[in-house]
Design a protein around this ligand. Structure first.
Ligand code: FES
Length: 145
């Protein structure tokens, strides 16, 4: 049912934890399943993401996708990170079962929320970044898979 990569990232999640004085912190939840994810970004003066950590109170697929998402954003610029979609995270994990696809949205939205927080704190605008929702389940019906 789950790919080996999903199992690996679920059992040995990368980058679990918190970053003290993070440049940006994003928290999103899905009211339907009750799962919550928080992502911390450490962003340097050149707007490069130097470090990324996460905490997920959620299902195995949410843990695996957050773990992979943190691996993907590290070393990227904020604009490159903005382009990382839940589909890219799923592809990097060799796919998710259809009923678990929505779990991958938490990671994408949590990154956006952390970037939003960073932009607010530094009084800048990140082109293409929309104000994130605290509850992503509102959008789910519109997602087309
Ligand atoms: Fe809620 Fe997976 S079931 S994120």
């Amino acid at each position: 049912m789950y790919s080996e990569k999903v199992m690996d990232h679920f059992q040995n999640p990368r980058n679990v934890g918190e970053i003290e004085d993070a440049s940006g912190v994003g928290t999103v939840g899905n009211a339907k399943c009750g799962d919550i994810m928080r992502i911390y970004l450490d962003i340097d003066d050149d707007q490069i993401i130097r470090d990324c950590k996460f905490k997920t109170f959620g299902c195995g697929a949410a843990v695996a996708t957050s773990s992979m998402a943190t691996e993907l954003v590290k070393g990227k610029s904020i604009y490159e990170a903005l382009k990382i979609t839940n589909k890219a995270v799923m592809e990097a994990l060799d796919g998710l079962p259809p009923v678990k696809v929505h779990c991958s949205l938490l990671a994408e939205e949590a990154i956006h929320a952390a970037l939003w927080d960073y932009a607010q704190k530094h009084d800048i605008t990140i082109e293409g970044l929309e104000k994130p929702k605290a509850d992503i389940s509102e959008d789910e019906e519109e997602e087309d898979y």
